[in-house]
Design a protein around this ligand. Sequence first.
Ligand code: PHB
Length: 386
Amino acid sequence: MHHALTRALAAGMLALAAGGASAADKIKVGFMLPYSGTYAALGAAIENGFKLYVAEQGGKLGGREIEYFKVDDESNPAKASENANRLIKRDQVDVLIGTVHSGVAMALAKAAKGSDTTLIVTNAGADAITGPMCGPGIFRTSFSNWQPGYAMGPVAAAKGHKTAVTITWKYAAGEEQIGGFREGFEKAGGKVVKELTLPFPNVEFQSLLTEIAALKPDMVFAFFAGGGAVKFVQDYHASGLQKSIPLYGTGFLTDGTLPAQGEAAQGLLTTLHYADGLDTPRDNAFRADYRKAYNMQPDVYAVQGYDAAQLMQVGLQAVQGDIANKTAFRDAMRGATIDSPRGKFTLSPSGNPVQDLYLRQVAGQENKVVDVAVRQLADPARGCKL
Ligand code: PHB
């Protein structure tokens, strides 16, 4: 046998015997996402987006092939630690990708930190993840709940609205998106007069809609997403309230949901870090590729998954695929500028995107960009010591 080859094989065997990985090994990526329940479509879009970017790179990141592991987290916080440990301990993944639900994501972040596994959060906005729970191995390619809520505040006040009632599911995402809205709206002179909630993922909205009709606020601000958002927008439309009390929300209310919402969603104004009709070369290319691969329109969730793979690529290229070089891998990711379909973004020291928040309006099956509501908005990262 050729000497060089013998030496390479011996070195590879030594590395393996020492528990180290060699360049021939695949990088293990663990998807912890909802594949069932009200957020099932969101999990699928995130996985699709991630895999699209990897496919565009010839199936490799940083020159290494990628091997996938999957767990359906069911958006169930009670099962979250156990599910995270399936990927961390059983599958021994190098990087965790997930999830959608804020409550599940906080347990995932805790498990990731406890085992020093790198985590890229691809949706869940829990403020704590890039706040008190922030860490060198924790990244987010989506948003903090505060960001899209806050962005609607000045927009609603500029429309002349003085009073608002909010409505959402009672868990971190709802409470924090409402909290962001309240902060932005009250800073601009408005007042939130009542906060209505129901348990996740319930969709019995009737008694709350009756309460809104009695309260007669200038506007309603809502956070719902996935299957629940479809039902809420339909019920709000059917109630006839829209004419006297216009509905606003974070963009999750109408993203990935328009084919099912149809007429009920037309004209709705929302704020989000992605929109249809951006018409940039980067976004147009992404959308064409996504449609070709999956035969459907991408949404914000697909973008967040795609950008998680882009972020990993930056880290892996910096270490020539040697993911065991954790510090350099993570430092490169934290310093990255991501050329996202949404527009370029950087990460704050806490690991959360600093990004434009768009005002969008539903027209047909699109959340058409109307304006930039807040340019380059950074989460305040309250409680993060990085
Ligand atoms: C969340 O739980 O953080 C969450 C879920 C669905 C969304 C947005 C945020 O669309």
